[in-house]
Design a protein around this ligand. Sequence first.
Ligand SMILES: [Zn+2]
Length: 200
Amino acid sequence: MASSFARLARSAERSGRLQVSKEPVDNPPYDIHKLGDVVLRTPARRIGKVDEAVRDLARDMLVSMYAARGIGLAAPQIGVHQQLLVIDLEIEDPASPPLVLVNPEITAVGGSICTYEEGCLSIPGVYLDVVRPSVVDIAYRDEMGRPKRLKADGLMARCIQHEMDHLNGVLFVDRVSDADKLNSGLKEQGFDPADVRSIA
Ligand SMILES: [Zn+2]
C-alpha cells in the first residue's frame, strides 16, 4: 500500500528481529511489479516452514517497501508467489518494528463498512476510494513461525485487507465502484483501465 505522506525516515537501529533501516535506498533488492504485469494476478501459495529464507525474503521486501515509501507490501508484488506480507504504518519512526504476516487468514470482520482512499505501490500515483469493513480479526504466523492472532481497526485493518487481496491476485482498483474516477485516475498515471478486473 502506498503512503501519501513521504517525509524521510531516519535509520533504524533498534530491536526487532527483522528490523532493517527505514532509510530509503537507491537500489532496493526487488523491483515492484505494476498494474498490467500478470504476476500480480497469480494467487500466492501458503508457506510451509518459516525459515531463514522466509526471513531473508521479508527483510528484502521491507527494504524494497521503504525505498518506495510504502506502508505495506505483498510478496506477489515482487513476483514471489508466497503468502507473505510486510506492513509498517510508522515508516517515520525508526524504532517501531514492522509487522510480518505469514499465511494470514481473516477469521472475522466487524465494525462498520467504511470508505477510505487507498493507494498501491503497484499502481503509483493513483489514489481512489474503496469500501471495506473497518475491523478484521486475523490469524497468521509471525517471522519466527509462531501462530498469532490480531484484531485490527483503522488504517491497520485497511492495510491488512489491501495486502491480503494481493495474495489472491486482487488489486484495490478492482474494488473501486466509481468507474469515471477509476478510468481517469488510471489514464492520468499511464495505466490501462483494461487491466482492472472489477469486483466492485
Ligand atoms: Zn497494493
